[in-house]
Write a protein that binds this ligand. Sequence first.
Ligand SMILES: Nc1ncnc2c1ncn2[C@@H]1O[C@H](COP(=O)(O)OP(=O)(O)OP(=O)(O)O)[C@@H](O)[C@H]1O
Ligand SMILES: O=c1ccn([C@@H]2O[C@H](COP(=O)(O)O)[C@@H](O)[C@H]2O)c(=O)[nH]1
Length: 235
Amino acid sequence: MKYKRILLKLSGESLQGTQKYGLSPEVLQSYAGQIKAAAATGVQIGIVIGGGNIFRGLTGAKKGFDRVKGDQMGMLATIINSLALQSALEDNGVKCKVLTSIRMEPIGEYFSKARAIEYLEAGYVVIVGGGTSNPYFTTDSASALRGIEIEADVLLKGTRVDGVYTADPEKDPAAVKFNEISFEEVLDRRLKVMDLTAFTLCRENGLQIIVFDMDTEGNLGKVLAGEQIGTLVKP
Ligand SMILES: Nc1ncnc2c1ncn2[C@@H]1O[C@H](COP(=O)(O)OP(=O)(O)OP(=O)(O)O)[C@@H](O)[C@H]1O
Ligand SMILES: O=c1ccn([C@@H]2O[C@H](COP(=O)(O)O)[C@@H](O)[C@H]2O)c(=O)[nH]1
């Protein structure tokens, strides 16, 4: 097994599938199936999910919402997504716990490093909802933070694109994909792999990142098996 423990970051926006908003049952089932297969190999899986399919603080602020309240709404959206994925996982027979960064028992137990590791070692998939619990951050930062805290071997960023490109591939058809890239080169080229806070946390704590397309069934298994399908960002 290549990794003992991973932190998987899932895009909230991907959870809406072909819809304009909300949760796609098909995407949830696809993710649950891939995570079930990964868990069956014995790898310990921590997950952080975005909230872009429901609410983003910055977008809210542009529409007149107070930024801090908007960010809190965004963090609550990540908890909705966490519960949806937990439900899909349990439906597939996978043991799963949702821990929350903001106290809200009985929806989820309050996150602590010790509690997360205890559940991971007991064979549960652990989803950490609620971002960092602070406004002005993102779930990319939460995934970097939780990945470092739980001592994950790698941060797997499962997203809509199949890796890091010389430019945003959704905007520039001439963009070229990297198989591997260093933290320094990402910074020099100003590539938007993750937001800068998240990226800096990973870089300073030596947490490697693999960016890959989670929307193609089987890709999570391929990444865990060491197949070169996304982009590895390393020191
Ligand atoms: N150089 C680049 N290489 C790859 N993707 C890039 C690059 N620059 C910008 N992107 C964009 O980053 C997006 C992926 O970011 P991310 O997974 O954080 O999406 P998100 O929808 O913001 O997630 P969430 O809903 O969780 O906030 C891709 O859709 C891609 O268009
Ligand atoms: O630590 C955090 C994490 C998230 N937020 C807010 O939630 C939304 C949704 O998260 P995404 O990472 O964009 O999917 C985000 O836009 C923030 O408004 C936060 O405030 N703090």
